[in-house]
Design a binder for this molecule. Sequence first.
Ligand code: C2E
Ligand code: MG
Ligand code: MG
Ligand code: MG
Length: 280
Amino acid sequence: RAKEAGRGGHAFFERFMFDEAEDNRLLEQDVREALSSNGLTLAYQPIIDASTGEIVAREALLRWRHPRRGDIPPDQFIPIIEDAGLIHQIGDWVIREACAQAARWDSRMRVAVNISAAQLSGAGLSKTVLGALASSRLEPSRLELEVTENVFLGDDAATLTSLERLRALGVRLVLDDFGKGYSSFGYLSRAQFSKIKIDQSFVRGAAEGSKDCVAIVHAILALARGLGVETTAEGVETEAQAEVMRCLGCAQLQGFHFGRPVPVEEFAGADEAVRHRRSA
Ligand code: C2E
Ligand code: MG
Ligand code: MG
Ligand code: MG
């Protein structure tokens, strides 16, 4: 019996590996289909001014509702998209769609779009952004492009050239998930970022009373002030976390406490109402 179970285990293991490769192939086909049939959508999450409580920007987050498997999170399907060589096609769609949406919002509202390292490595990104800005007539300064430190792990020189080309278009560069990975002050001095987003782990830790997390947040905020860049605290889930980040001097807050990522239909018209109130 033991032998059988062992063999069964082995077979199971092989099967598991096979299934995973097979799985990704199937998902790859499915994502191609989704791309051509409007199966990919964007959800938008508000970013709040910490002192006024007003929405100052919305971050576009890619959503895929699989016909049989339900919602698949971007952390899971973006690597598949990248392996399949579809990241440029899909990434371009995200940029164009987000710009077209934002052009309809209150003229002070910005839109943030996430850019992966693979997207940045191609030469075509600045062309796409330029095209999206032109056809949407969105003011370049209303577009924020969020990258993580990962973009610096490959070819540094090429990355910096790409970032510089984007910045020359007048868009704002944002360093996402700061502190989470291989954070280095070097990245901050080499590329000119307009904003740093403080990773959720520090927000959580600081509110739980971790002296180390408070010290780190404090240091990041001092650094940001010195560099003249904005700050956003990510993943704020409770009023206690919001309060701590406000007290430490973080300018913007984002997280489930203020609003989850939602499809555009769920807030469309809200900006119209704001504009109406302002002009009334
Ligand atoms: P990110 O850019 O750091 O986005 C923040 C993630 O945290 C989002 O997850 C968001 O839904 C989630 N989040 C926001 N507030 C809270 C909170 O209060 N608590 C918790 N627990 N989570 C919160 P999501 O949408 O699953 O996206 C994950 C990552 O996938 C993003 O991290 C981003 O790196 C990437 N991503 C999303 N959309 C795109 C896209 O269009 N293109 C590219 N290249 N990457 C994308
Ligand atoms: Mg982001
Ligand atoms: Mg983030
Ligand atoms: Mg992230």
